[in-house]
Design a protein around this ligand. Structure first.
Ligand SMILES: Nc1ncnc2c1ncn2[C@@H]1O[C@H](COP(=O)(O)OP(=O)(O)OP(=O)(O)O)[C@@H](O)[C@H]1O
Length: 238
């Protein structure tokens, strides 16, 4: 079994069923991306994996253990971490305070080393440790959100459209950081609307449309190129 296995997940919010029998997997040291149009259910998928949406049927396994019914903080303690698309930093707290909050599930004996490690990964944040998060640029804020998620020392990082609102240059720089995070031994499940971005970092890509997985691709394959073209021309794949 892979590190993360999602099997036949039907999930949503109250009476609204969003995901329809979604199955996917993420292996050790793998970057997997989920692409799909607005409203396809990408965020709901991440929410379900973290215990933040209602699961009506299906299972989520992490390291072979069934975590479908676990509380979110228990999932974090097991090694899952989540950087949501919005509201992912505390604007009135400093960069350092945001980072320390990311470590709330852990014992605190190595925090200084861990802060230094994320500052090595994101030197842009190191010089702004005392700045309030609300004073950061969009790109710096996304970096802080990811850095904060890393402070719980995850083995699997869930990222919801971290390039939202960033320039192409800032997006590429952020995507390069994801490859560095992968090389540190952390797996990543990346939700993206920009197919080119997803394909540039992912080992595998799933295509989610109207709550269903309609394809799985290896970046660089002819099928993957077709997927990109389909997105770019706005045609629907079903
Ligand atoms: N907290 C919520 N409560 C109720 N409905 C929700 C909630 N979050 C999302 N939805 C609904 O679930 C459906 C799927 O939304 P979701 O955010 O998962 O899609 P998405 O693929 O991430 O879209 P986007 O790319 O626009 O973020 C939409 O109809 C949305 O209105």
């Amino acid at each position: 079994m892979r590190m993360l296995e999602v099997v036949g997940l039907v999930a949503g919010y109250g009476k609204l069923k969003v995901l329809d029998s979604v199955s996917l997997r993420v292996g050790d040291r793998e970057v997997v991306s989920v692409v799909g149009p607005n409203g396809a259910g990408k965020t709901t998928l991440l929410n379900s994996i973290m215990g933040l949406a209602e699961v009506y049927s299906g299972k989520v396994y992490f390291d072979g253990a069934d975590i479908t019914g676990l509380k979110t903080e228990k999932r974090v303690a097991l090694g899952l971490s989540y950087s949501p698309q919005t509201n992912n930093v505390f604007p009135n707290l400093s960069v350092l305070e945001n980072l320390l909050l990311g470590a709330y599930t852990r014992r605190h004996d190595r925090l200084r080393d861990d802060v230094e490690e994320v500052f090595r990964l994101f030197p842009e944040l190191a010089g702004r440790a005392k700045s309030k998060a609300k004073n950061l640029s969009g790109g710096e804020r996304q970096m802080l959100a990811i850095a904060r998620a890393l402070m719980s020392k995850p083995r699997l990082l869930l990222l919801d459209e971290p390039t939202t609102g960033l320039s192409p240059k800032a997006s590429k720089s952020l995507l390069n950081k994801l490859l560095e995070i992968k090389s540190m031994g952390v797996s990543i499940l990346l939700v993206e609307q920009n197919v080119d971005y997803a394909m540039s970092v992912a080992d595998r890509v799933y295509h989610l449309v109207e709550g269903k997985i309609v394809g799985e691709y290896l970046p660089g394959s002819p099928e993957a190129r077709t997927l990109i073209e389909t997105f770019l021309t706005g045609r629907r794949v079903s």
